[in-house]
Design a binder for this molecule. Structure first.
Ligand SMILES: NC(=O)c1ccc[n+]([C@@H]2O[C@H](COP(=O)([O-])OP(=O)(O)OC[C@H]3O[C@@H](n4cnc5c(N)ncnc54)[C@H](OP(=O)(O)O)[C@@H]3O)[C@@H](O)[C@H]2O)c1
Length: 247
């Protein structure tokens, strides 16, 4: 019997990177998954990768938090009680202040902050979860260490960490834990895209991240711990998974 046998776990942003590796691990460990993506390509990848596994799919655009309630209630059986929720959606933003217009800032804050809070609201309703529900959202070292051009992304991740502290204090009476995982640089397609935009192909972050580039499995190992009962004494925390970057 797998460690997460018959546990219902929602992964938003499951079609790529960290979310996809987590989905593969939890599938192997017997979990019943609700896998989210925002595009047809993402949904098709999930359908092909987990054919005949009985997992549920959820499609929604986090840039539009107002649409999530209708999307969640129309696509997902509301009798399901969740044991875990891992939010891996996070829109990147790299723009100098001169190009940082309100519409762009709002899009990043909607997708990275408002939609995470909205998903928490939707699943933490009465009868929507089992006691012991563990919620984790992926933050970034950018929330703690600023860089030019990363203003909107860093602000969104810092806001999410602040929200996590408040939610943890509000939800513990319902036996719900809430944490964020503060990731350093991880080897995903988004990272490869970023490196392609650089003229000299060097990553200055890795000079401070002395354990080297992280893998999606490195991050997944910690997410599995935070989802499981062994981490029952941890809530309201921003836990570094940063290869030493913030030390
Ligand atoms: N990779 C790193 O080095 C790194 C470092 C620090 C923190 N993080 C954080 O870790 C998390 C996962 O990053 P990742 O690099 O593994 O994956 P990613 O490439 O950022 O993709 C994650 C997911 O986001 C979904 N997504 C994209 N736009 C969306 C939207 N408008 N609404 C809803 N979902 C949307 C994608 O679905 P579709 O396939 O449908 O587009 C995909 O499943 C993010 O929060 C990121 O900020 C990553």
């Amino acid at each position: 019997m797998g460690k997460f046998e018959n546990k219902y776990i929602l992964i938003t942003g499951a079609s790529k990177g960290i979310g996809f590796t987590l989905a593969e691990n939890l599938d192997n460990l017997g979990a019943k998954l609700i896998l989210h993506a925002s595009t047809d390509a993402g949904m098709n990848k999930l359908t092909d990768s987990f054919a005949n596994k009985g997992h549920l799919l959820f499609k929604a655009d986090f840039s539009d938090p107002l649409s999530l309630e209708e999307a969640w209630q129309s696509q997902i059986n509301q009798d399901i009680k969740l044991d875990g929720f891992v939010n891996c959606v996070g829109l990147r933003s790299r723009r100098p202040l001169t190009l940082l217009k309100p519409a762009h800032v709002m899009q990043i804050l909607h997708a990275n902050v408002a939609s995470f809070i909205e998903m928490c609201r939707l699943i933490c309703r009465k009868n929507g979860f089992n006691p012991g529900l563990s919620i984790i959202t992926i933050s970034s070292i950018a929330a703690h260490s600023g860089g030019p051009g990363v203003t909107a992304y860093a602000a969104s991740k810092a806001a999410t960490e602040a929200a996590v502290r408040c939610l943890a204090k509000e939800l513990f009476k319902k036996e719900i834990r809430v944490n964020s995982l503060v990731c350093g640089q991880v080897n995903t397609s988004a990272y490869a895209d970023l490196m392609e935009t650089k003229s000299d192909a060097t990553d200055t972050i890795l000079e401070r991240q002395y354990l080297g580039l992280g893998s999606t499995q490195n991050i997944t190992n910690i997410l599995l711990f935070l989802l499981g009962g062994e981490s029952c004494f941890i809530t309201g925390s921003a836990i570094p998974a940063d290869g030493g970057y913030l030390s």
